[in-house]
Design a protein around this ligand. Structure first.
Ligand code: ADP
Ligand code: MG
Length: 226
């Protein structure tokens, strides 16, 4: 089962739900080592993305979208609606991911390429490398695990499952780290002992990608309407 634009739309809608559910948790993490707005920032952004997808769903005609079309809509919406560091960071991630997925369907190597492009977007925009207690840690772990799964001949679901699990572990793994990038770095050693909010939200984003690949279109999903 190759992944198509409907999958991308399910991914984004599931991400919006996951972020809304975790909004308070993300905000609390950001309160501990930042300014307490990460949950609000992302919830506002993904709600705006869903509103744009809903608008687009009312347009009739055959679905000729590419995966990249959906990811580009996410990028531009997040860039214009999310303040703080995470808006441009996620915006760049989705924009780079969109650039490598401009076709109707993507196979496992292309899923890896999407994740690699997102990582590259975040790290070039934030000038952060792995181990600096940022979302880069989660994206980096996800890419490595996804590559290994694809090299083993895994399916799209296998690749995304590996990526999501690795991002989740990496997010937890940021707890003992001392932040050297972003707002949390102002705390120096005192940033240790707390999970990075952006690494946690990245794990949610990738968990949603896997869940969207596992589930086909549902009646509740307007994109599946005949
Ligand atoms: P802000 O820090 O401006 O309030 P958010 O709270 O929305 O923005 O997002 C904070 C998250 O952004 C951090 O938890 C971290 O994962 C990520 N982040 C911040 N700065 C950088 C950076 N330079 N590179 C990569 N990620 C970063
Ligand atoms: Mg913040």
């Amino acid at each position: 089962m190759a992944l198509d634009a409907d999958w991308a739309e399910r991914w984004v809608r599931r991400t919006a739900d996951a972020i809304a559910d975790a909004k308070d948790e993300l905000t609390e993490l950001d309160r501990q080592i930042g300014d307490g707005d990460h949950g609000e920032n992302l919830d506002r952004g993904f709600k705006a993305v869903v509103a744009r997808l809903d608008d687009a769903a009312t347009e009739s005609g055959p679905d000729e979208r590419t995966v990249g079309d959906v990811l580009k809509l996410v990028a531009t919406t997040l860039m214009s609606t999310v303040g703080g560091a995470s808006g441009p960071l996620y915006g760049t991630a989705y924009l780079r991911a969109a650039k490598v997925s401009g076709r109707p369907q993507i196979d496992p190597p292309a899923v890896v390429a999407v994740l690699e492009a997102a990582l590259e977007g975040v790290s070039s925009r934030g000038k952060a490398t792995v181990g600096e207690k940022t979302m880069v840690d989660a994206w980096h772990a996800a890419v490595e695990a996804a590559e290994a799964a694809a090299n083993d001949g895994g399916s799209e679901v296998d690749v995304l499952r590996a990526a999501a699990a690795a991002a989740d572990t990496a997010a937890t793994g940021t707890i003992p780290l001392v932040a050297t990038k972003g707002r949390a770095s102002y705390l120096g050693e005192r940033s240790a002992g707390h999970e990075d909010p952006g690494a946690r939200s990245t794990a949610l984003v990738l968990g949603a990608a896997m869940a969207a690949a596992l589930s086909g279109p549902t009646p509740a999903d307007p994109s599946s309407a005949a």
